[in-house]
Design a protein around this ligand. Structure first.
Ligand code: NAD
Length: 477
């Protein structure tokens, strides 16, 4: 039976003014499972007006950090208590294994609210004693109304990565989730109200991007910050829209992560993490290690083990325990990835060692070798379970190949040589370098990318810088 979900504006779950709705399709069953209010400019306008009122007149920005933090911790408690429902929403919306949604995304969502509540409460500000006898100190004032625009690959988790710091620093928020994964955002907004977060502080408006709720948010002069995660091309469009109002934008965009395996690596570690880096979430990860570079002396052994591990991954119903790879998130996305796989299978620019298309919207873990450096598969973000493997001879060659990309979100280095690990990490042009691991995060660390992977950083104090207006107060004493 189809379930129905609305926008959440000013504390009310509501339909669109014209009653328009859209469907969310479960990519495993390929059946509609949810009917969702379809917003446009009118609903975005109402949501921004509600957030503006809550910011200008409501208690939220004026509450102390402790009181806000208590409510955000309450929300984290509720997220944990509703883990089954939240995880199932993301799984039905986009096909990720339920075990991952429940075991990773939901706990991380709760952790985001807890971390940023505590981080804001405990944050110190600078005091600068001056030679002149004055002193200057910093205040971090909430920026105002934050528009958060999210992608579909880690719906709930990435939404909380934006919403939690924005709220913790006293802002009000309008969240527009991706149209492929709308449901968990409405569930989260219901829980925020249940936690006691005042109406209008956290609003959700559903809709599409261009000429819809998404673009309306980016063009609204009452919005003080835009935080966006999604494709690099969309980031460019949003930046252009925001420029008209000089609205600051934070962009977390696409990636084409390089994964360097040196001959002195522990191969068990390297194979295990390299498999996780490209095939988790069916490769629909901005941080995916989609370009593997392996030093020639260990190429054959690495490939034998890597292909065997890829072939052992279990594809299937994402709701079943034991499933490691679900379908791709939507028909449109499946067709995009299928284009790359079919081109690889036709040959001419690479040879498929294992993988290919499966039934439904499934793509098997696909390993392609002999791909030219300028081939689309090597340069473009596929966002699916497809990896290229390229040999290298020297450290310098590996660093050059890794940096030969317009993206720069992350890279991985596998080596047991300590000096090499630090030396290579320093030379890689990417926002996060994982050495002998992948996906481990400290929420205090900067997160973001070089080049086409984004603008600015979020995390810890970096989120504070973006979601506040730092102010200098100069005192004569
Ligand atoms: P997308 O850019 O198509 O859409 C993202 C969001 O933007 C959606 O909510 C969409 O409705 C909205 N949108 C689209 N056009 C818009 C417009 N003109 N104005 C306002 N909003 C608009 O991205 P996607 O396909 O949902 O997500 C996948 C992409 O996200 C990949 O490129 C991936 O690498 C990237 N991503 C990056 C990170 C990161 O942290 N850097 C994390 C996850 C995903």
């Amino acid at each position: 039976m189809t379930e129905t979900f609305g926008h959440v504006i000013d504390g009310d779950e509501c339909d669109s003014l014209d009653g328009a709705r859209f469907d969310s399709v479960d990519p495993y069953t390929q059946e509609v499972w949810a009917s969702v209010a379809l917003g446009g400019a009118a609903e975005a306008d109402l949501a921004v007006a509600a957030a503006r009122r809550a910011f200008d007149e409501g208690p939220w920005p004026r509450m102390g950090f402790a009181e806000r933090g208590t409510l955000l911790h309450k929300l984290a408690d509720l997220v944990e208590q509703h883990a089954d429902e939240l995880a199932m929403a993301d799984t039905r919306d986009m096909g990720k294994p339920l075990a991952d949604a429940k075991g990773k995304d939901v706990p991380r969502t709760a952790q985001n609210f807890r971390f940023f509540a505590d981080h804001a409460r405990l944050a110190a500000a600078e005091t600068l004693p001056m030679d002149s006898g004055h002193h200057t100190y910093t205040r971090y004032e909430p920026a105002g109304v934050v528009a958060a625009i999210a992608p579909w690959n880690f719906p709930l988790m990435l939404e909380s990565w934006k919403v939690a710091p924005a709220l913790a620093w006293g802002n009000t928020v309008v969240l527009k989730p991706a149209e492929d994964t709308p449901v968990s955002a409405t569930l989260l907004a219901r829980l925020a109200l249940e936690a006691g977060i005042p109406p209008g502080v956290f609003n959700v408006v559903h809709g599409y991007g261009p000429n819809s709720a998404g673009s309306a948010l980016t063009e609204d002069p009452r919005v003080d910050r835009i935080t966006f995660t999604g494709e690099s091309g969309t980031g460019r469009i949003i930046t252009a829209a925001a420029a008209k109002n000089l609205t600051p934008v934070s962009l977390e965009l696409g990636g084409k992560g390089a994964n360097l395996v040196f001959a002195d690596a522990d191969l068990d570690t390297a194979v295990d993490w390299s498999i996780k880096a490209i095939f988790s979430n069916a490769g629909q990860v901005c941080l995916a290690g989609s370009r593997l570079y392996v030093q020639r002396p260990v190429l054959e052994e690495f490939l034998t083990r890597f292909v065997a591990a890829a072939e052992a991954l279990v594809l299937g119903d994402p709701k079943q325990s034991g499933t490691q790879i679900g379908p791709l998130a939507s028909r449109t996305h499946y067709e995009k990835v299928r284009g790359y796989v079919e081109a690889a299978e036709r040959g001419g620019s690479g040879k498929v060692l294992t993988g290919g298309l499966a039934d439904g919207w499934f793509v098997r873990p696909t390993v392609v070798v002999d791909v030219p450096a300028d081939a689309p598969l090597q340069r473009e973000e596929v966002f699916g379970p497809v990896v290229t493997v390229t040999p290298f001879e020297t450290e310098a060659e590996a660093v050059h190949a890794a940096n030969d990309t317009p993206f720069g979100l992350n890279a991985m280095v596998f080596t047991e040589n300590l000096s090499r690990a630090h030396r290579v990490a320093a030379q890689l042009r990417a926002g996060t370098i994982w050495t002998n691991c992948f996906f481990i995060r400290d929420l205090r660390a900067p997160f973001g990318g070089f080049g086409d992977s984004g603008w600015g950083r979020e995390g810890g104090n970096f989120s504070r810088e973006f979601f506040t207006e730092p102010k200098a107060v100069v005192m004569a004493i």
